[in-house]
Design a binder for this molecule. Structure first.
Ligand code: PEP
Ligand code: MG
Length: 570
């Protein structure tokens, strides 16, 4: 039995077998082979195995994914079966006596580069197909098959170095939790775990080495610990802890239809962060009073193709209709940083979180941006839509984004398509430059939503993915509280509202402080809503005002946390 400490990233307890999601090393070196026939036979066997794998993945994926999403595997099968592709590899083996692994790699690289050089979306996507299918083929050729998380059919806990948001999006309901080597509370894999309502522990450093496939694991997403091969007594203790956690969750359900209102009558809105229509049941079941952040980038991760205007329209309409007269804040595409999409390969950057990300990318690819805005505008008549631009640093950026939105609106109206006149247009405050200038921004936007995951990383210059600097994720540091005060006061001075959609909004310690600061809307993983409501319903605004006065004058985050804990029972 071994205990590993990590960072608690998503609440809950899971006890299941480990499934290691570790990519094998597929490095090949060029060599001359002696037996050409044997190498060709080995290559053909790998093609056959890959074809079988794709069939199986497709049939399983078809149950969990939409037709469009499952069709990706058809594209891969087509590429694999392409006589030109196979012929070129065989020719390299036969004519050049090149070893099969190097032959696969050389042909795949040349073919992908050829597709990539054609500036057309269709060919960019084919390049991604070639890379994907060749990796699977090479893995089979080398006898190191790739793990297939879509095929998991028994309860497991995933163990991985990190899970990308697109890996996380593919997990099925047999996955009971995950533990990773790297990551922090605000990395996107952690955020997805919370929306999937599965426990997760991140930043376990060497968990992929410490655990063997099939080892029993007790995963504690409340305390951030992982026990490998627990003894019977430990398993029983965790079963009890899990049951207590589930019982508390059940108790909180009583608050589903309640308002969120302090003991002295100050009401706020608790809304949900969602990544797609699939998160709607969770939002409703947890008493969300709307959606405060729809991270639309997950729509773009569903398949190797960019989502069409029609596909996006359908999803936005579904979300808006499902929420009825409750507000839905949709954030425009925020790709970059740790979020990558297959359909839009981005150039490597030294500092991806500081590079061409979010709205910056949308300005480079206005075609993609305009498609999304049109879909949103068309859907606006089906509910209470609010549109929000991410990663705004300057007023010019906001004006430009809004200008493009208005152009698309005018075009739609000219085409005779109905668009709501009541769409609020706001920005995320996640870059310190925007927070500092919030008084000027407030004159032009309809609302602010503070993205503390990024605001904290940019204020402290500490990468949110790096466990080495995770101690600098300090949302309760007085520096952040002062920025928040300025942002919220600036919004109110112009009669606008201020919300928060970073993970801070769902943290217990934050609730008293944010109530004192006057935050209007708290947007969080749906699973945090009821606990936060219970807490806010037990405190008084006037006392929290006094608490915040003191907190703003503290020197360190620890002082703030102690102050909150000594005032409120948390
Ligand atoms: C944030 O930065 O706080 C935020 C909500 O956006 P994301 O986590 O998607 O970057
Ligand atoms: Mg952000």
């Amino acid at each position: 039995m071994t205990k590993i400490n990590g960072i608690a990233a998503s609440n809950g307890i899971a006890i299941a077998k480990a499934y290691k999601l570790v990519m094998p090393d597929l490095t090949v070196t060029q060599a001359t082979i002696a037996d050409v026939d044997e190498e060709v036979a080995k290559f053909k066997a790998a093609v056959e195995q890959t074809s079988k794998d794709l069939e199986t993945i497709k049939s399983v994926a078809a149950k969990n994914l939409s037709d469009d999403e499952a069709a990706v595997f058809d594209a891969h099968a087509l590429m694999l079966g392409d006589p030109e592709f196979q012929g070129q590899i065989e020719a390299k083996i036969k004519d050049e006596k090149l070893n099969g692994g190097a032959a696969i790699e050389t042909v795949a690289t040349t073919m992908a580069a050829m597709f990539e050089s054609i500036p057309d979306q269709y060919f960019q996507e084919r390049a991604a197909d070639v890379k994907d299918v060749s990796r699977r083929l090479l893995a089979n050729f080398l006898g190191k098959p790739l793990p297939n998380p879509t095929l998991i059919d028994e309860e497991v806990i995933i163990v991985a170095d990190d899970l990308t948001p697109s890996d996380t999006a593919q997990l099925n309901s047999f996955v009971k939790g995950f533990a990773t080597n790297i990551g922090g509370r605000t990395s996107h894999s952690a955020i997805m775990a919370r929306s999937l309502e599965i426990p997760a522990v991140v930043s376990c450093k060497t968990i992929t080495e410490d655990v063997q496939d099939g080892d029993m694991i007790a995963l504690d997403g409340i305390d951030g610990t992982v026990i490998i091969n627990p003894d019977e007594e430990t398993i029983q203790a965790y079963i009890q802890k899990r049951d207590a956690y589930l019982a508390e969750k059940e108790e909180l359900k009583k608050l589903v239809n309640e308002k969120t209102i302090t003991t002295d009558g100050h009401q706020v809105e608790l809304v949900a962060n969602i990544g797609g229509a699939g998160d709607l049941p969770g939002a409703h079941d947890n008493g969300a009073e709307g959606v405060g952040l729809f991270r639309t980038e997950f729509l773009y991760m569903e398949s190797a193709d960019l989502p069409t205007e029609e596909r996006q329209f359908e999803v936005y309409k579904e979300v808006l209709e499902s929420m009825g007269d409750k507000p839905v804040v949709v954030r425009t595409l925020d790709i970059g940083g740790d979020k990558k999409i297959e359909a839009l390969p981005l150039p490597e950057e030294m500092n991806p979180f500081l590079g061409v990300r979010a709205v910056r990318l949308c300005f480079q690819r206005e075609d993609i941006f305009r498609t999304q805005l049109r879909a949103l505008l068309r859907a606006s008549v089906y509910g209470k839509l609010r549109i929000m631009f991410p990663m705004i640093a300057t007023l010019q950026e906001f004006r430009k984004a809004k200008g493009i939105l208005m152009e698309e609106k005018d075009k739609l109206v000219a085409e005779g398509i109905e668009v709501s006149d009541e769409i609020q247009v706001g920005i995320m405050i996640e870059i310190p430059a925007a927070a500092v200038l919030a008084d000027q921004f407030a004159k032009e936007v309809d609302f602010f939503s503070v993205g503390t995951n990024d605001l904290v990383q940019y204020t402290f210059a500490a990468d949110r993915m790096s466990s080495g600097v995770s101690y600098l994720y300090q949302p309760f540091n007085p520096s952040i509280l002062r920025l928040l005060k300025h942002v919220i006061d600036s919004a109110h001075a112009e009669g606008k509202w201020a919300g928060m959609c970073g993970e801070m909004a769902g943290e217990a310690i934050a609730a008293p402080l944010l109530i004192g600061l006057g935050l209007d809307e708290f947007s969080m993983s749906a699973t945090s809503i009821l606990a936060q409501r219970k807490l806010i319903n037990s405190i008084s605004k006037s006392e929290m005002d006094k608490l915040v006065e003191k907190a703003l004058n503290c020197c360190t985050m620890d002082e703030v946390v102690d102050l909150v804990k000594s005032t409120v029972n948390i």
